[in-house]
Design a protein around this ligand. Structure first.
Ligand code: NAD
Length: 304
C-alpha cells in the first residue's frame, strides 16, 4: 500500500505508517499539476490545507481509496467527487482544539493588555507606561458563541481567570454547559451582556456575518471581540467601524474574509486590533495530533 504525503506532516505520523508496513512517499509542496501526474501510483493521499485535491486529481487516482486531511477544514478537497468514486475522506477534528483555544485566550490577553503594541513600543526605544493601561479579565463576562470543542476549552480556561462565562449554542445540551458552570443564554442576551465576545462556530450560511452592524450597536461599550474561527463570521467592515467609533475596545483576529488579507486593509492599520496569520492550529502538539489521527485512519483502512 502506497501513501503520498503531499504536505508536511508530523514525523511521528510518517514513522507510524512505515512501522505498519506502508510505503510512504513525502512530497510536501507538490504542485497540483505534479499531483495529477503521480496520483495514479497511490492508494492513500494526505494533505493539509493545500494542495487542492480537485475532481481531476480524484479522477486520475485510479488506486486511491482514502484522502486524509491533517486538520479540520476539507474545503481544499472535492469531497463530492471523492464520494462519487467511493473514496473515503477523513479529517482530524479535535486534534487542534486545545491549541486553538489557547490562541483565543492569548488574543484575549493580548487585546486586554495591549501586549503587542507595548512590545513594539519598547523595541522602538520608547518607555510609554501610561499609554499601555489595560483592563483585567477577572470578574468580566465572556460570551462564547459556539460551545463546541474549542468553545468548551475556551470556557474552561476563562473560568480559571475568574470570569463569568455565558454561551450561545442552540445545538448543545444544557447539561454540557452546566458541567462547566456556564450559563446558556440567547444570542441577543449574549451580545448585550458580554464584556468579551469570542466566536467558535463553523462557517455556514447561518453564521456568515453572524456579528454585523446591528450586533455591534447592541454590545456594551468597550467590548473585546475575538475571531479565531473563520473569517466573515464577524463582518470585517462592521468590526472596523465599531473599533473606529470606540464601541469596541480591542479585537483579536486570527482569520480573515480573504486570506491572506489585503495588506492595505484598514483592519490591519488599527492600533487596537491584534492580528495573527491563521495560526490557531500551528503548534507542534496539534500537528502531531492531527498527523497521528490521519495515520491511524489510514492504517485501520488497510490493515482492518
Ligand atoms: P465544533 O463543531 O466542535 O463546535 C462548533 C459549535 O458551534 C458546535 O457546538 C455547534 O453546535 C455550534 N454552532 C453551530 N452553528 C451555530 C450557530 N449558528 N450559533 C451558535 N452555535 C452554533 O467545532 P470546533 O472544532 O470547536 O471549531 C470551531 C471553529 O473553529 C470552526 O470554525 C473551525 O473551522 C475553527 N478553527 C479555527 C482554527 C484556527 O486555526 N484559527 C483551528 C481549528 C478550528
Amino acid at each position: 500500500m502506497k501513501v503520498l504525503v503531499a504536505s508536511s506532516i508530523a514525523r511521528e505520523a510518517i514513522d507510524r505508517m512505515r512501522k505498519e508496513g506502508l510505503v510512504v512517499d513525502e512530497r510536501p509542496g507538490i504542485s497540483e499539476e505534479e499531483l495529477e501526474e503521480i496520483i495514479e501510483n497511490y492508494d492513500a493521499l494526505i494533505v493539509r490545507s493545500s494542495p487542492k485535491v480537485t475532481a481531476r486529481v480524484i479522477e486520475r487516482g485510479r488506486r486511491l481509496k482514502i484522502i486524509g486531511r491533517a486538520g479540520v477544514g476539507v474545503d481544499n478537497i472535492d469531497v463530492n467527487a471523492a464520494t462519487q468514486k467511493g473514496i473515503i475522506v477523513v479529517n482530524a477534528p479535535g486534534g487542534n482544539t486545545v491549541s486553538t483555544a489557547e490562541l483565543a485566550i492569548g488574543l484575549i490577553l493580548a487585546a486586554a493588555r495591549k501586549i503587542p503594541q507595548a512590545d513594539r513600543s519598547v523595541k522602538e526605544g520608547k518607555w510609554e507606561r501610561k499609554k499601555f493601561v489595560g483592563v483585567e479579565l477577572r470578574g468580566k463576562t465572556i460570551g462564547v458563541i459556539g460551545l463546541g470543542r474549542i468553545g468548551y476549552e475556551v470556557a474552561k480556561r476563562a473560568k480559571a481567570f475568574d470570569m463569568n462565562v455565558i454561551a450561545y449554542d442552540p445545538y448543545i445540551s444544557e447539561s454540557k454547559a452546566k458541567e462547566l458552570g456556564v450559563k446558556l443564554v440567547s444570542f441577543d442576551e449574549l451580545i448585550e451582556n458580554a464584556d468579551i465576545i469570542t466566536v467558535h462556530v463553523p462557517k455556514t450560511k447561518e453564521t456568515e456575518n453572524l456579528i454585523g452592524e446591528r450586533e455591534f450597536e447592541r454590545m456594551k461599550d468597550g467590548v473585546i471581540v475575538i475571531n479565531c474561527a473563520r473569517g466573515g463570521i464577524i463582518n470585517e467592515d462592521a468590526l472596523i467601524r465599531a473599533i473606529k467609533s470606540g464601541k469596541v475596545y480591542a479585537a483579536g483576529v486570527d482569520v480573515y474574509s480573504t486570506e491572506p488579507p489585503d495588506p492595505n486593509s484598514e483592519l490591519l492599520k488599527l492600533e487596537n486590533v491584534v492580528t495573527t496569520p491563521h495560526i490557531g492550529a500551528s503548534t507542534k502538539e496539534a500537528q502531531t495530533n492531527v498527523g497521528l489521527i490521519i495515520a491511524e485512519d489510514i492504517i485501520n483502512l488497510f490493515h482492518g
